[in-house]
Design a protein around this ligand. Structure first.
Ligand code: 313
Length: 266
């Protein structure tokens, strides 16, 4: 049967996040590909997006957000991805770790831990949920590290501790990357590094690692979401591989909305 036309109720607006995020380019592409002439993507921030989602959900009002997995919103609310028959948002994504050139020679202990780093959506979700329930980001990460020494020791096995050494991790304040960066930062701190974590926007995160301004990041969504950023910088960075499999991005709505595909927005 005909799906409800949500355009008017939503003022033809999809609630986005920071302008530089890959998901925003994908959402713009989806508006084009599905010929959603009247629709716009409102840029704001991840925090503003989750705030808008929560308010709409509490009032059982329609809302469409640029959404991704892993994210605590799927544990907090009954949500669904809109089908994307054109495949604009791709299939499963992996999150990669990248380091600046020279890190392996200059900071081999950090390089080894970053290269070994690999965890799951559940692991990340525990930290995201704790933060979403009000725990301090660093404390939530430290608690996870303490409770998961079996997994952490796989990353640090054979790595000697360091003294008077600094390391700068750069990230974007997406809930997923707040969790992963604080967690791996704590692991590096526990082997002796003085860790700085610098929040920025996606394009500058790649640029900082490629220019050597920052030492590493654990926040590259590939093959699709950050492909356009990788094109510009991949020759100047070292890909340390996947730290989380089975990520995903797309347009996300509450289950109570009578809509199943991006095509239904036309
Ligand atoms: C919001 S996703 C974690 C990453 C991206 O869209 O750039």
């Amino acid at each position: 049967e005909e799906s409800t036309n949500y355009g008017e109720e939503l003022d033809y607006t999809i609630t986005g996040i920071e302008p530089g995020a890959g998901i925003m380019s994908a959402a713009e592409e989806a508006v084009e590909a599905y010929e959603l002439e009247d629709w716009d993507i409102s840029a704001s921030s991840s925090a503003a997006m989750t705030q808008a989602l929560g308010t709409a959900y509490e009032n059982e009002e329609p809302v469409i957000v640029t959404g991704w997995t892993p994210h605590w919103k799927f544990a907090a609310y009954d949500l669904k991805y809109l089908e994307d028959p054109e495949g604009i948002f791709g299939e499963a994504e992996d999150i990669h770790t990248f380091a600046r050139e020279g890190l392996e020679e200059e900071k081999p202990e950090a390089y080894t831990v970053l290269e070994n780093f690999h965890w799951t959506e559940e692991d990340m979700g525990e930290i995201m949920m704790a933060i979403n329930e009000g725990q301090n980001e660093a404390e939530a990460a430290a608690e996870w590290v303490e409770n998961n020494q079996d997994k952490v020791s796989e990353w640090t096995e054979g790595v000697s501790s360091v003294e008077d050494e600094e390391i700068e991790l750069i990230f974007v304040a997406w809930d997923s990357e707040i969790a992963s960066t604080n967690m791996i930062g704590k692991v590096l701190e526990d082997i002796g590094y003085d860790v700085t974590m610098t929040p920025t926007e996606a394009p500058y995160m790649f640029q900082a690692v490629a220019t050597g301004e920052a030492d590493a990041m654990v926040a590259a969504w590939l093959p699709l979401t950050h492909a356009h950023l990788l094109d510009d910088y991949e020759d100047d960075m070292v890909d340390l591989g996947v730290n989380l499999e089975g990520a995903r991005t797309g347009l996300v709505v509450p289950e109570y909305m009578d809509i199943d595909s991006i095509e239904d927005l036309k």
